[in-house]
Design a binder for this molecule. Structure first.
Ligand SMILES: *Cc1c(COP(=O)(O)O)cnc(C)c1O
Length: 425
């Protein structure tokens, strides 16, 4: 194995720096460097340096204003969730009326399925990917049971072809063309959490609609990672968390999108709460809900102000840098990681599962290590080299160079350490 000298990686960082200075990078657990090579922003994004001041400001408001903080001050709490709408809408390519920040991801999936999974006799299937994130699988299975249906019958799990690692768009489209009249809902991950595959969202959405199904997307691994255009693509609904690529903090609030064509439709069922009722009459405390013609009708509770604070600083960074610039750096950085991996792969039992076409992936590369013990390997990478990767037992490690703050040198450190540890094994 040979990988280019470390110095070359550093030179790339000089000519193509990211925005690492805006974040706290954790110290390395082991190895020669002070900072961790943090390649797990797909799991928990780093803390923006500006986050603490945003939280402190809300704590001060609470300390000095008490309940009046809802109405007065620089940023009255009641409408403050709206400050997150615009930045979130631009990240997913939506209208502000289609976008809201609320709850957490799986909760939003459930609330949206209450509205958009409407099984009927003969059309009751939910189409997901076999490698769906477990929470999504649990969510759709429990939705099926909630309707008195057998999840083993109605939840269809799409698998890659034998010997292949990722789904082909044509196979998803094929299934919808053949069996689509039985499908009520398509609910897929925009970027698969395990393989890093970016699905062709517009093509699959069109195929779902051709079949008469509704199409929702889980964008946990897509938002802040790849450019999205949910409105133009005609997606029916979507949800995403904000603690991965959006760096909004552990367990941070999630986003939800409902396409304009469904807004204000009185035929759509929904679970409702006081924060969703028409704003002008919310505090009249009337017993009957008055739905606004926006996605805010899906809001239920008053939003957690302290949790929104770090998100504001996190989203501001995206607004400042722009998704186009991020995506461009992402392709260069992930391409570099791939190039380094390719140099060490031939002499080791490593396989990159992620599509090789940059248009079919985000910034994550998933590597099968050719034996069990992914967790033990990840532990050693951190303890001995300060390289933080994520493991999916038994045999996959995921490396995500995040264009906002990861460096070429991080990629170099990861491949150097991986090559050494796999060599020894
Ligand atoms: C991270 C992730 C989740 C996590 O769900 P929470 O409700 O935020 O805990 C769900 N689905 C997918 C696809 C994810 O990647």
């Amino acid at each position: 194995m040979t990988i280019p000298a470390e110095e070359k990686a550093r030179r790339r960082d000089d000519v193509d720096p990211g925005h690492r200075h805006l974040f706290h990078v954790p110290p390395a657990e082991g190895g020669r460097y002070a900072e961790a090579a943090y390649l797990v922003g797909n799991s928990l994004g780093l803390q923006p340096r500006a986050a603490r001041a945003e939280i402190d400001a809300e704590l001060s408001t609470w300390a000095t204003l008490g309940v009046s903080g809802h109405f007065v001050g620089d940023r009255p709490w009641i409408p403050s969730y709206r400050s997150l709408t615009g930045p979130s809408a631009s990240l997913v390519g939506a209208l502000p009326a289609e976008t809201v920040v609320m709850n957490s991801l799986t909760v939003n999936l459930h609330l949206l399925m209450v509205s958009f999974y409407r099984p009927a006799p003969g059309r009751d299937r939910i189409l997901i990917e076999d490698a769906a994130f477990p929470s999504d699988s649990y969510a759709v299975r429990s939705q099926a049971r909630h309707h008195g249906l057998d999840p083993d019958e109605v939840v269809v799990r799409l698998r890659p072809r034998p010997g292949e690692e990722t789904l082909r768009t044509e196979d998803v489209v094929d299934y919808l063309d053949r069996e689509g009249q039985r499908v009520a809902l398509v609910l897929l991950g925009g970027v698969n959490y395990l393989t890093g595959e970016l699905m062709e969202i517009p093509e699959i959405t069109r195929a779902g609609h051709r079949a008469g199904a509704l199409v929702g997307w889980d964008l946990a691994h897509a938002v802040g990672n790849v450019p999205l255009a949910l409105h133009d693509w005609g997606v029916d609904f979507a949800a995403w968390c904000t603690y991965k690529y959006l760096n909004s903090g552990p367990g941070a609030l999630a986003g939800a999108f409902v396409h304009e064509r469904h807004l204000g439709d009185p035929a759509i069922d929904r679970f409702e709460g006081w924060w969703g009722t028409e704003e002008a009459t919310r505090f009249e405390m009337a017993p009957v809900f008055r739905a606004p013609a926006t996605v805010e009708a899906w809001l239920i509770s008053n939003p957690p102000v302290l949790a929104m604070a770090p998100m504001r600083s996190a989203l501001a960074i995206f607004a400042q840098v722009g998704m186009a610039a991020l995506r461009a750096r992402s392709e260069r950085l992930t391409g570099y990681l791939e190039e380094l991996l390719d140099r060490v792969v031939p002499s080791r039992p490593l396989t990159v599962l992620t599509p090789r076409d940059p248009a079919r992936r985000g910034c994550q590369l998933s590597v099968r290590i050719g034996r069990g013990g992914a967790a033990a390997l990840a532990k050693r990478l951190s303890a001995e080299y300060g390289v933080v990767v994520d493991d999916r037992e038994p045999d996959v490690v995921r490396l995500a160079p995040v264009p906002l703050y990861s460096t070429y040198h991080d990629c170099w450190r990861a491949v150097d350490a991986l090559a050494r540890l796999v060599e020894e094994a």
